[in-house]
Design a binder for this molecule. Structure first.
Ligand SMILES: [Zn+2]
Length: 181
């Protein structure tokens, strides 16, 4: 595990990769209000190839599409696989950028997809504090991903991300929560 101010990673932090991720995640956070206005949940993900070309960009569409699996990351993986015509992205050396930390489902989805690197904004604890979404229990996924050759960088540009989430709640948007008892 390495640190650079608040940013954490499961490998030695590469300043170029981090700077690139800051720019992409800030752009995703800036685009978020338009997606929310169109009915999306407050999470946005993008998949890029190793040459910096965008392969897929999708928001959370749980409410609009009546599907609890449709988190931003799952939608982005599905769109990337469709675009590239494969269920195994591993030979494409793709990176996933997402506005908040992946939940327990998306960690599994990323592992199955063959994505090679994950960069996320707001950590789950803060997502839960701000919104009330239940992100689920998680194993030591930084180490588990490292074992499987998947890089993870987290807590990137969190202030911008937290503002989007605060606004989402303040504006009375849907916080999806199945009954727990
Ligand atoms: Zn998720």
């Amino acid at each position: 595990m390495s640190h650079n101010n608040d940013v954490i990673a499961n490998e030695e932090i590469n300043p170029q990769k981090l700077q690139n991720a800051r720019e992409i995640i800030l752009a995703l956070q800036a685009a978020m209000p338009d997606y929310i206005a169109a009915g999306s949940g407050p999470f946005l993900a993008a998949v890029y190839d190793e040459n910096g070309h965008l392969v897929a960009q999708t928001a959370n569409s749980v409410v609009g599409e009546l599907c609890s699996n449709n988190h931003a990351e799952m939608n982005a993986i599905k769109a990337a696989e469709k675009a590239l015509g494969t269920y195994d992205l591993s030979s494409h050396n793709l990176s996933l950028y997402v506005t908040s930390e992946p939940c327990m489902m998306c960690i599994g989805g990323i592992m199955w997809s063959g994505i090679k690197a994950v960069y996320y904004g707001v950590p789950s604890k803060e997502v839960e504090q701000i919104t009330g979404f239940d992100e689920g229990f998680k194993p030591n996924w930084f180490d588990e991903f490292k074992k499987r050759g998947i890089s993870v960088y987290g807590n990137i540009e969190t202030e911008a991300g937290k503002k989007v989430l605060h606004d989402y709640v303040k504006n009375g948007n849907t916080v999806y929560q199945p009954e727990r008892k």
